[in-house]
Design a protein around this ligand. Structure first.
Ligand SMILES: *[C@@H]1O[C@H](CO)[C@@H](O)[C@H](O)[C@H]1NC(C)=O
Ligand SMILES: *[C@@H]1O[C@H](CO)[C@@H](O)[C@H](O)[C@H]1NC(C)=O
Length: 203
């Protein structure tokens, strides 16, 4: 008796293995790939660094800043990710890829969009704070971030280094971490990196 393996199964196994070896995907707290049409809460991998990511009213003015809740119980806002180049027709979010990060389910009186954007170098801290809104400069570089791996599986850092958009631009790349200011926790480049995890909403 010979056993015939269906071609579709062979293809499925091959595709699965190819995916594992050819590309690296971001994994959520359930060990599943982070998907471009799901919503995720971002939170620190280590306690004492703040709660879920949210929008912060830094100074009673717009735009709002990207930051963290100061308690573990606060809701925060989930985000969605969108690759810059979706040429691999892949729903799974990759590491070291330029992507937009956008808070969803936000109601705010600010006119700016809720996508992340690298702000000006802040004079007080000497760090580039991450704000919300559409980059209105040429190239839109300020709206594209990367999720980069740490040494621990499932734990990542955010980086700003939009090399897929422009490999010859010579960006001053930076990793993102927290900046505490007047009891608020802001997210900023140019300091220690914050290790984060991705928790799928409704889990
Ligand atoms: C908040 O706004 C006031 C008035 O515009 C300004 O003097 C102050 O420096 C601002 N603070 C921060 C943290 O930006
Ligand atoms: C931001 O400003 C600080 C202090 O003025 C400076 O040391 C730092 O290099 C600047 N960062 C960038 C990315 O320009």
């Amino acid at each position: 008796m010979s056993m015939k393996v269906p071609a579709s199964l062979v293809l499925a196994v091959w595709f699965f293995m190819a995916k594992q070896t050819l590309a690296q995907y971001v994994i959520d707290t359930n060990g599943e790939p982070v998907d471009n049409d799901e919503e995720y809460y971002i939170k620190p991998a280590i306690t004492e660094n703040g709660g879920r990511f949210t929008l912060i009213n830094r100074n009673d003015s717009c735009p709002l800043y990207v930051g963290l809740e100061d308690t573990d119980s606060a809701q925060g806002f989930p985000v969605k990710f969108t690759h810059f180049a979706n040429n691999i027709q892949d729903e799974d979010i990759g590491v070291n890829r330029d992507l937009k990060v956008e808070f969803v389910e936000v109601s705010s009186t600010c006119v700016q969009t809720t996508e992340w954007r690298v702000g000006e170098n802040d004079t007080g801290s000497g760090r580039r704070l991450i704000i919300s809104g559409e980059d209105d400069s040429a190239g839109l570089y300020g709206n594209y971030f990367r999720i980069v791996e740490t040494e621990s599986a499932g734990i990542y850092n955010f980086q700003w280094c939009p090399m897929e958009l422009c490999s010859s631009c010579g960006f001053v790349c930076g990793n993102a971490g927290i900046l505490r200011e007047n009891g608020k926790i802001l997210f900023a480049l140019d300091g220690a990196s914050l290790p984060v995890v991705f928790q799928k909403k409704d889990d």
